[in-house]
Every structure is written in structure tokens, then in C-alpha cells.
Design a protein around this ligand. Sequence first.
Ligand code: NAD
Ligand code: DAU
Length: 342
Amino acid sequence: MKNIIVTGGAGFIGSNFVHYVVNNHPEVHVVVLDKLTYAGNRANLAGLPADRVELVVGDICDAELVDRLVSKADAVVHYAAESHNDNSLIDPTPFIQTNIVGTYTLLQACRKYDVRFHHISTDEVYGDLPLREDLPGHGEGVGEKFTPESRYNPSSPYSSSKASSDLLVHAWVRSFDLKATISNCSNNYGPYQHIEKFIPRQITNILSGIRPKLYGSGKNVRDWIHTNDHSRAVWTILTKGKIGEVYLIGADGEKDNKAVLEMILELMGQPKDAYDQVNDRPGHDLRYAIDSTKLREELGWRPEYTDFQTGLKHTIDWYTEHEDWWKSEKAAVEAKYAKNGQ
Ligand code: NAD
Ligand code: DAU
């Protein structure tokens, strides 16, 4: 696996994966195919060696470009997507185009050249789980988690477009013997995450003198994983995964949003209640939780960032030290949220 294409490699998780590959697999050359939408940023790849990483600015829906690049590659790791639920509720159009048509375009090229394909997906394709507190015998250990056998039941335009792309991959494996795998991961945190997302939004709010914003009750639970653990899991699946299989990636990091926000406030020296409760997200998924037994037992992966508070502290430090990376976009991001009372 010497020449890989990383789509969306200038975004949050994709760029962290490119850094991971450069730092850990010296034999690999990476072509990043990225449209540089509002979420993509050249700066995420700054400092990486030019002989190891090439950025091609282009659209995964551009069949000619994709064909040309895939014809020279050993594998495609497909991160590119429209990724934000809130945006998909305002305008689903680019989600349908990039997440579905873009994935289809890549699949066709990989099929033509018999190139290994790994599809990055999300736990949100399974919909949500009830809050543990709403179940009989509520508390720790009560309630199921998502497994590879869970039923697809996506809630938002974003998650349904990702579910659609997963189904395309399955069909290309079954019908055309495409050498593909799929991973569905839980919520990532770490450096280079766009400030529209929950954790960086709150950190940069505090750094900007704006009160953090919590949707609804704040009881909604997300299963947090450090993006470096996600990168190592993807590399493991790419190199050791069984073709046609689905692997769920998660680090047992369930926390409700209020608890995460209080932790951020505490780590940044603010009172625990110094936030605003704002309009809830329509159709807001209640709880995500991943059972990653298959990945752990079959491929031997384990998360390394098991102390969330320490990972969060490093993430806060990163945003504090990289104000130049986010400052110019802050006002526009907040103005967009304000229009929805968020
Ligand atoms: P992101 O929004 O930070 O980055 C997406 C990248 O894709 C950007 O660089 C953007 O420029 C690029 N892109 C968008 N449309 C494109 C197109 N048509 N052609 C080429 N490039 C295009 O997203 P992220 O949070 O890093 O998520 C990356 C992937 O991981 C997505 O597929 C997402 O569904 C999946 N995922 C994300 C999380 C999470 O917590 N963020 C969890 C599980 C899975
Ligand atoms: O589960 C994986 C998914 O995680 C990925 O597929 C998505 O690409 C990624 O964006 C993320 O989706 P979420 O919708 O869970 O992430 P977000 O950061 O938008 O929100 C996390 C939680 O925080 C969610 O319950 C909504 C809430 N929230 C969000 C924002 C932006 C707030 O309470 N306040 C906010 O300001």
C-alpha cells in the first residue's frame, strides 16, 4: 500500500489521518483530494513533507479527475463529506451531492482499476438510542450500544446521506467484488476541528468572551473518541480488515453534552453555569454508543486516549495557541447560529 488517496484530507479527521500516516508509515505517499469547501483548510497540512503529501484541489464528483487519480493509486481512504448536521437542516443539497454522488463517483473508479477502498462513515447511520435514564433500571450498564448488526435508521439529511453512501459501498462489494471495507465511528475530538462543531465552538466562544451555547436540556449523549485513535483504527482496518466487512470504532467515551460543557468551563477557569441554553436541534438524536468489540477482538485495536479530561485539556490548549487558525471565521459562524436562535 504505497500510494494512497485521502479524500477530504484537508478537513478535520482526514488531515489528522494524513499526519498520522506521514509520522508512522514512511513508505506511504499520500495524495489528498479535497475541494477546500468552508470546512477544508490548507493550513491543516502545513509543514508536511512535499515529497510525501500532494494536495490536489478538486471535487470527488468530478469523474474525470477521480478516474485519473485512482488509476495511479493502490487505495482510496474516503473521508470527504459534508459533515455537519445543523447545516444539513438548513440546506441538504450539497450533502446529497457530495456524500452520495461523490461516493458513487469514487466507487466507479475503484471498480474500474480494482483499487482498495475504505469508506469512512458514522455511527449516526443507526439513528439514536434511548437515554439510559429513561430505561427501566436506569444507570450505568443499562441500555444497548450500536453493533455492526444494528438497523439503519438515520435521522437527519446528513446521516441519511451517509447511510446512503454506506449502502452503495455494500452493493459495489456484492455486485462488483469491490475490495472495500466500511468503518462507522463515533464523535471525534482533537485539533483542526471546525469551530462550528460542539467542542471547538464552546472553547472558542470562551476565548472570544462569548457565552457557550448548549442545545436544549444538554442531556443528549455522544460517545467521544480522540481523532488519533480513529486514525490508528482506520489504518488497522485498511491493512488488516476483511474485505466486505463493517467495523465500528469507539472508545467507550459516553458523556452528556452538559457534562462536557461543564468540563470545558472548569478547565478554562470559568464558573460551571456560565453558559446559555439555546434552541434545540430539530430531530436531535438522544444517545450514541458504540460497541467496538469486533475491531478490538478481530484486529487487535485499542484506544490510547482513554482519559477524556486530558485529551480535552490538550484540545483547549491547541485552540488557545492557534487563534490565527480560527479567529477570522468566528464572527460568521456565530452569526449563522444566531439566525436559528442557537
Ligand atoms: P470536515 O467537514 O471537517 O471535513 C470534510 C472535508 O471534505 C473538508 O476538507 C472538505 O473540503 C472536503 N470536501 C467536502 N466536499 C468535498 C467534495 N465534494 N470533494 C472533495 N472534498 C470535499 O469533516 P470531518 O468531521 O473531518 O469528517 C470527515 C469524515 O468522517 C466524514 O465522512 C464524516 O461523515 C466522517 N465522520 C466524522 C465524525 C466526526 O465526529 N467529525 C465521526 C464519524 C465519522
Ligand atoms: O457521531 C458522529 C458524528 O458526530 C459525525 O458523523 C458528524 O460528522 C459530527 O459532526 C458529529 O455529529 P454531532 O451532531 O453529534 O456533532 P456536533 O458537534 O454538531 O454536536 C455534538 C452535540 O452537541 C450534539 O448533541 C449537539 C450539541 N451541540 C452542538 C453545538 C454545535 C450543542 O449543544 N451546542 C452547540 O453549539
